[in-house]
Design a protein. Structure first.
Length: 275
């Protein structure tokens, strides 16, 4: 079995401060034996304004945040799922919200750009329009690791089960979902959605979340979760910064898939080109 960890943060408006906090938590995870560690969405910056992330965007393959991930992975000999970082887009005033997977040698082995953008009216006083500053991705992403075949998704993606079914159709046994769920939507839907994606896809789900009040006034829900293929919550952190752990047991996963073969009973095939 492999020990896996998710990190919960309450990221600030200062990149250096956030990277220092992430480094502390990655070190803690590694010290507890974690071999795969996942950071939350926007771990390096929760800006005062949506455009703040555009100001710190990096070219893919070079930049302070990407160098940080590579250094931490090498230093502790862990695989890192790098939450999201703002990478250059094809439009000058936008970014790609990109999740990078870094192996234990510090090499980037996968990149997923968030497909579904959070353009919603949460309440009369709270609304979001990610498409103003984020350019949507178009490609589903799977990565092979020594531990599992991992499917990548980000936050709002969780509301689109067809994406997850495409990941599983390509062999995913573990799905990573770095998030920054709002307090209101998190209270209503977070646990239900995470457990549903695990159950219907008979997969482990890692769901690191932001979890507290940020300088921009936004409150994120927290409750970072690790859920097994039967929907059991293996570990959770309700609020604040920290790390939670679980053991990844692929023999257990294969037993569940063999005894309860819902994936084999699927009648409507995933149309990957439609994502």
């Amino acid at each position: 079995m492999t020990r896996i960890a998710v990190i919960q943060m309450v990221s600030s408006t200062d990149v250096n401060t956030n990277l220092q906090e992430a480094a502390r938590l990655i070190a803690e995870a590694a010290d507890q034996g974690a071999e795969l560690v996942s950071l939350p969405e926007n771990f390096a910056l929760m800006g005062l304004h949506d455009t703040d992330k555009v100001a710190i965007r990096e070219k893919f393959g070079a930049g302070i945040i990407q160098d940080f991930l590579a250094t931490q992975a090498r230093k502790y000999g862990v695989w890192l799922i790098g939450g999201t970082i703002p990478l250059e887009a094809s439009i000058p005033n936008k970014v790609r919200a990109s999740c990078l997977v870094i192996n234990n040698q510090g090499q980037c082995v996968a990149r997923y750009d968030k497909i579904h953008l959070f353009d919603v009216q949460v309440s009369a006083d709270e609304s979001y329009c990610e498409s103003r500053t984020i350019e949507a991705g178009q490609q589903v992403c799977i990565v092979d690791t020594p531990f599992a075949r991992i499917g990548l998704a980000i936050c709002y993606d969780v509301r689109f089960p067809e994406l997850f079914r495409c990941l599983v159709a390509q062999g995913a046994t573990l799905i990573s979902l770095p998030s920054a769920f709002t307090a209101m939507t998190g209270k209503a839907h977070w646990e239900t959605l995470i457990r549903a994606r695990a159950i219907e896809n008979l997969s482990y789900v890692l769901a690191p979340n932001q979890g507290g009040r940020h300088a921009n006034g936004r409150e994120t829900y927290g409750d970072s979760l690790i859920v097994d293929p039967w929907g059991h919550i293996l570990s959770r952190l309700p609020h604040g910064a920290g790390v939670v752990y679980a053991d990844l047991d692929l023999n257990y996963l294969q037993t569940i898939r063999r005894n309860f073969p819902t994936l084999d009973h699927q009648k409507i095939a995933c149309q990957q080109s439609s994502i």
